[in-house]
Each structure stands twice: as C-alpha cells, then as structure tokens.
Write a protein that binds this ligand. Structure first.
Ligand code: NAP
Ligand code: COA
Length: 266
C-alpha cells in the first residue's frame, strides 16, 4: 500500500547512475543523496566521476565513482557488482549516459551514427540487462533518461532520434518482461534543461536559446532539479503502480511548435 510522500522514503536505498559525472544525471544523483540514498556513479573519465562522487561525500552523503564505458558490457557488469558488494543490493538504476552532436545525415559517417546509438541505446540495454542479477527485487525501479527526440523527428538529430526512440520501446518491453519479478521500468523525457552540456551543443548561441524557449508552451528551459524530482517520484512507493511509461518533463516540448508565429496561423 503506498502512502503520502515522505521525504525519507528513499533513505538507505542504493542507487546506480550511469553517466552520473555531470549535468542532469549528477543532479539526479545529488538529489537522491540528499534524500538519504547511497550512490554509485559510472562514467568514462575516472577523474570526472571521482570528482562527481566527491560532491556527494563532501556534502555528507555516501557515494562511490567508477570508470566504465556503457558500451562495454563487462565493465558495466563489474561496476554493478562492485556497487552491490560495497553499498548493498541495488534498488534504483538510472541509465542516462549519452552522446550527441548536431549534424545532418550527409555530414555524419556510419561510425558517427553508430557511436550515438551505441552509447544511448545499446548502453541502456547493457546497463539494464546487466543490473538484473544485482537488483533488490521485488521493488526495484529502473529509469532511462530519454528525450523528445524519441518521439519527434528533428533536423540534424537522426542518430539521437533513432537511439532515443529505441530506448522508449526498450523501456516498455522490459516493463512487460520484468514486471512479474517486481521490477518497474520507466523513462523520463527532459525538455531543454538549463546549464547542461546537451543544450550547450543543441543551442550554443543566445539567439538559438531564445528561439528554443520561444517555441515551448511554457516558454522557458527546465532545471536539473525538475528532472531529479521526476526521478524521485518514479522511484518511491507512490509510483508503485507506474511502469512502462515515459514521463515527459519538458515544458510541453513534445507537443510541437507553440511559438508566437505558429499561434498566429490559428
Ligand atoms: P552530460 O552532462 O554530457 O552527461 C552525459 C554523461 O554521460 C556524462 O557523465 C558523461 O561522462 C557520461 N557518458 C558519456 N558517454 C559515456 C559512455 N560511453 N559510457 C559511460 N558514460 C558516458 O549531458 P546532459 O546534457 O546532462 O544529458 C544527460 C542525459 O539527459 C542524456 O541522456 C541526454 O540525452 C538527456 N537529455 C538532456 C537534455 C538537456 O537539455 N541537456 C534534454 C533531453 C534529454 P564521461 O564523459 O566521463 O563519460
Ligand atoms: N559531427 C559529425 N560527426 C561527428 C561529430 C560532429 N560534431 N563529432 C563526432 N563525430 C563522429 C567522429 O568523426 C567519429 O566518426 P569517424 O570515426 O567516422 O570520423 C564518430 O563520431 C565517433 O567520434 P569519437 O570522438 O571517436 O567518439 P567518442 O566515443 O570518443 O565520443 C561523442 C562520443 C562523439 C558523442 C562525444 O561528443 C562525447 O563524448 N559526448 C559525450 C557528452 C555529450 O555528448 N553530452 C551531451 C549529452 S545529450
């Protein structure tokens, strides 16, 4: 039976965050740590991931940082095992590692396309598949960080659109297969989030940023805390009956162009 939300609902939980050394995913990790959870972070760069873990331990929390590339199944599994052995069975997995760049299809090599699909989609498969044996189940919650590109075609984003669409479907398939074991699997689709590498790449100039905001129904970028709050909700008991869903936390981004120009035509 779920109950009213309690701030300590996540105290003592073990949380594994893939791609946790910066941006949205680190924001999620820090929020879980403030809620009393123990964190295991992975990313490729050992120094970046150690520094990220130090932001949590420095604030009085518990965290370990491990270098692992999500494209390397054995490395991901080794990190999950180390997290389980050090912090206890894993209650919550966040799969948020990603790579992106703006490029038209004719400006993208086969390897460029494959690289993004490998990190985002195959990486999410690796993280979730390898986590199964290390989960505290029934009761575990898995969350993929997807994007509006998963449902909306976008110029110069063929690789990310294909990868995130695949992630959305992987979430639904795993929710069906793993529901009977008491494992919920969901996604969060952030819209444009302020102060992130993702938006630095997609809207690098103030003009592009203003255009992005002008098209959004809510007319502003979201914050890392907005996404962390969605992850906290999906991971606590209040979401016990929620699985296989993609939670859009995107200012209405997925709905289409709500710019003043677009509105004039109606
Ligand atoms: P970010 O700061 O660049 O975070 C990406 C993280 O993934 C970093 O920790 C990076 O660390 C890690 N990473 C990259 N490749 C990896 C690999 N092969 N193996 C393991 N770790 C890897 O980006 P962000 O903008 O916060 O985006 C985070 C997530 O939110 C992504 O899934 C992105 O698609 C999604 N998203 C972002 C926005 C936005 O507005 N920013 C909007 C929608 C969706 P290392 O470099 O150390 O590996
Ligand atoms: N335009 C076109 N192709 C590009 C590109 C760009 N801006 N950036 C990289 N590529 C291509 C490379 O040329 C290479 O293809 P090639 O071998 O045919 O030349 C391929 O992509 C792989 O590049 P490489 O640098 O070897 O990949 P990597 O695995 O070291 O890095 C990236 C992955 C390219 C996604 C890199 O940008 C990254 O590490 N990103 C993580 C951070 C991030 O993207 N954050 C935002 C998340 S939303």
């Amino acid at each position: 039976m779920s109950s009213a939300f309690r701030p300590d609902a996540l105290a003592g939980k073990t949380v594994f965050v893939a791609g946790g050394s910066s941006g949205i995913n680190l924001g999620i990790a820090q929020s879980f740590a403030r809620a009393g959870a123990r964190l295991a972070l992975i990313s490729r760069d050992p120094e970046r991931v150690a520094a990220a873990a130090a932001t949590i331990t420095g604030a009085g929390g518990t965290a370990i940082g491990m270098a692992a590339d999500v494209r390397d199944y054995a490395a991901v599994e080794a990190a999950l095992k180390q997290a389980r052995d050090t912090l206890g069975p894993i209650d919550i997995v966040i799969s948020g590692a990603a790579g992106n760049f703006l490029a038209p299809v004719v400006g993208m090599s086969a390897n460029g396309f494959k690289t993004v699909v490998d990190i985002d989609l195959i990486g999410t498969f690796n993280v979730f598949r390898a986590s199964f044996d290390y989960l505290n189940k029934p009761g575990a919650s898995l969350i993929a960080i997807t994007a509006p590109q998963g449902v909306n075609a976008m110029m110069f984003q063929a690789h990310a659109c294909a990868a995130k669409a695949g992630i959305n479907m992987l979430v639904k398939c795993l929710a069906m297969e793993w529901g009977p074991a008491g494992v919920r699997v969901n996604g969060i689709s952030p819209g444009p989030i302020a102060d992130t590498e993702g938006m630095a790449r997609l809207a690098p100039t103030p003009e592009m940023e203003a255009r992005y905001k002008g098209r959004l129904p809510l007319r502003d970028y979201g914050s890392k805390q907005d996404i962390a709050d969605a992850a906290l909700y999906l991971s606590c008991d209040n979401a016990r009956y929620v699985t296989g869903t993609i939670l859009d936390c995107d200012g209405g981004s997925k709905l289409g162009d709500a710019s003043a120009d677009a509105l004039k035509t109606h």
